[in-house]
Design a protein around this ligand. Sequence first.
Ligand SMILES: *Cc1c(COP(=O)(O)O)cnc(C)c1O
Length: 433
Amino acid sequence: MICENIGVNEKGHLTLAGFDTVELAQKYGTPLYLMDEDRIRHNCRVYKTAMLDGFGVGSYPSYAGKAACFKRIYEIMREEEMSVDLVSPGEIYTAYKAGFPMENAFFHGNNKTDADITFAMDCGVGFIVIDGMDELMAVQNIAKDRGLRQSVLLRLTPGIDPHTYEAVATGKVDSKFGVAIETGQAEGFVAAALACDSLNIMGYHCHVGSQVFDDSDSVYLDSADVMLTFAKKMQEKWGFAPKIFDIGGGYGVRYTEADPTVDIAASIRKVADHIRRLCDEKCLPMPNVIMEPGRSIVADAGMTLYTAGTVKEIIGYKNYLSVDGGMTDNPRYALYGSEYTVYIANKMARKADFLCDLVGRCCESGDIIQPGVTVPMPVRGDTVAVCTTGAYNYSMASNYNRVARPPVVMLSGWADYVAVRRETLEDLLLNDL
Ligand SMILES: *Cc1c(COP(=O)(O)O)cnc(C)c1O
């Protein structure tokens, strides 16, 4: 199977974390997001242990909350003693209300408004990751007004192409994020930051992109080269060496059998050895290193269940299997052509020989969850499972066509429980005056 937590039981039903998904679909209704809580905790521990072993005490992963953001997730992150990345007042408020210790939170974004910055400080966010020159002045001024000294990281763009989808590549020189090293602008940025008396400049941040696989480890190694060469230059020029070096987002996950499995611990060790060697060579003090996995913490914990509806065969052309959800709960294929593994959960023992496009119920031809999937002949009422939907599905869900968002049901040990309830029709009218 695509992930260790997926299986098939004696009834020929698909299981997630040992739970019969057909029974869960009946119990909670569909569409339904499932999240394997133990897998989330496992993934956190893999990163925490690997960071500690590779880089030493003081280095740690920070969960990128945008991958899956709701209160229960931040409770789990608190329990696992993870740090978190937050990118909006909404994410900040969700973590805050979940009782997350905000001193362990990083506030990101390429365009934080003054109100956002003020709100982040009100909530006691530990670190603000400053994206550019005017934001630097804004954070300095707001911190000064409040009489505090705000810890910050400076986001730089190392000019690395991570060979991933264009839409998720963020470290290239022409990115909207961060300040470019290549153009020389990063130097002025650091100089200006060091002159800000209400800021505590902790170090540098970069994030080259998402869905990085370990055969593209070079992405991390190359960006470390560029970043630490720059750090050395700044040390010589201004006497500033970073205490923190945040190397950005995490590794890729397996969406299909064709995707490789990443050995996270081995990959982190490789990056750690490289960074340690670079620091030695350059006589830079070894910084505390932070990595920001989002996808690889939650993606393989998730699965979406639907109920099959119309099965349409267009003789001589193609087949469609329509389900009771779609781009409203999973816009990732529509956005960037993401691949997924699809099963008919109640027909796992049957032969898969029906080729079709799995589509949603929205009034939009682009409402495709996955084209060209092969499944056992489906009929109305079957339970359709889309795997590895824990990241960027619930968090990207919309109410397009006034479709209510599905609930999130967590699976833990032998208990299943609702973490986010299903939106009701009344919820959809809450803001309509
Ligand atoms: C999105 C993002 C991440 C997380 O990336 P994943 O691919 O989900 O691991 C980390 N850091 C920053 C700055 C991001 O924008």
